[in-house]
Design a protein around this ligand. Structure first.
Ligand SMILES: Nc1ncnc2c1ncn2[C@@H]1O[C@H](COP(=O)(O)OP(=O)(O)OP(=O)(O)O)[C@@H](O)[C@H]1O
Ligand SMILES: [Mg+2]
Length: 258
């Protein structure tokens, strides 16, 4: 069973950006999108969360056409942690994470004890419980990133899309969040799709990596298949050394020259 199927997807804001992309992601997989700045990773993630309608092609979410799902139905299947979240309103951290519960509420229905319990667990899991009563405008960039991840957890969806979820995080919180995502992936079979620049972390945590270059899929498959000297040269124009890290047993690349 596939969590997501994309067929011949084409999209642009003005000019064409996503150029006839097709891929399938099996349920319960941990998948990373990698590729240079501007290659289209965020655009793909936005299309998968229906922020924009594609020009052409098809997106199936758990066998259902994304166009046939209401906003709330989609929000019960897919949660999104965007690359940049601009929230300037005076919401508290708890308010923001509670918003993750909206797909389960009828219009004007109040949040109940169960919602608060789920929010509490999500705050605990992301190590942000101590920030609960702070305003979102009064916390650091990395704390904010963890709060937005908490909101996605509270949404309790079978698929989570995260656009550079570790970009603002220190080395400890990077591992904490990726370990948390892996735990969700293993224990709840949540399908995790992240855009990430750190190829070593992508190789370490992913079942599959999709390399995006100029709006096309350059390669996809298990890390050992796609993280090659040839692909790194082709996509990033860099010469790398590739080794197996003796501690993590995953691939480790070192840029040598460009
Ligand atoms: N809102 C927008 N309007 C017009 N063009 C856009 C918009 N957002 C992105 N683009 C363009 O679309 C292309 C793909 O951008 P996208 O954000 O998907 O790249 P990315 O792979 O996520 O890059 P990064 O690694 O820098 O986050 C880029 O050329 C970018 O300039
Ligand atoms: Mg991006």
């Amino acid at each position: 069973m596939f969590a997501i199927e994309v067929e011949n997807l084409q999209f642009g804001y003005k000019e064409k950006i996503i150029d006839d992309i097709s891929f399938k992601i099996e349920e319960g997989k941990f998948v990373s999108l990698i590729g240079p700045n501007g290659s289209g990773k965020s655009t793909i993630i936005k299309l998968l969360s229906h922020l924009y309608p594609p020009w052409k092609g098809k997106i199936l979410i758990g066998n259902e056409d994304i166009n046939s799902l209401s906003k709330k139905e989609l929000a019960r299947k897919v949660s999104l942690v965007p690359q940049n979240t601009l929230i300037d309103y005076d919401f508290t951290v708890e308010d923001i994470v509670l918003m993750g519960r909206y797909p389960y509420k009828k219009k004007f229905e109040k949040y109940d004890e169960k919602d608060y319990e789920i929010v509490h667990e999500a705050l605990k899991a992301t190590n942000t419980l101590h920030l609960k009563d702070k305003y979102i405008t009064e916390i650091s960039g990395g704390e904010r990133q963890r709060v937005i991840i908490a909101k996605a957890l509270a949404q309790e969806t079978p698929i989570i899309l995260l656009d550079e979820p570790t970009s603002h995080l220190d080395i400890n919180h990077q591992m904490e969040i990726l370990n948390l995502l892996r735990r969700l992936n293993k224990e709840k079979k949540t399908t995790i799709i992240i855009a990430i620049h750190d190829i070593n972390l992508a190789s370490r945590y992913s079942d599959e990596i999709i390399i995006i270059g100029s709006g096309k899929i350059i390669d996809n498959g298990i890390p050992e298949k796609v993280i090659t000297k040839e692909n790194m040269e082709k996509v990033y124009g860099i010469n790398v050394a590739i080794e197996i890290n003796k501690h993590t047993k995953s691939l480790s690349i070192t840029p040598i020259s460009n």
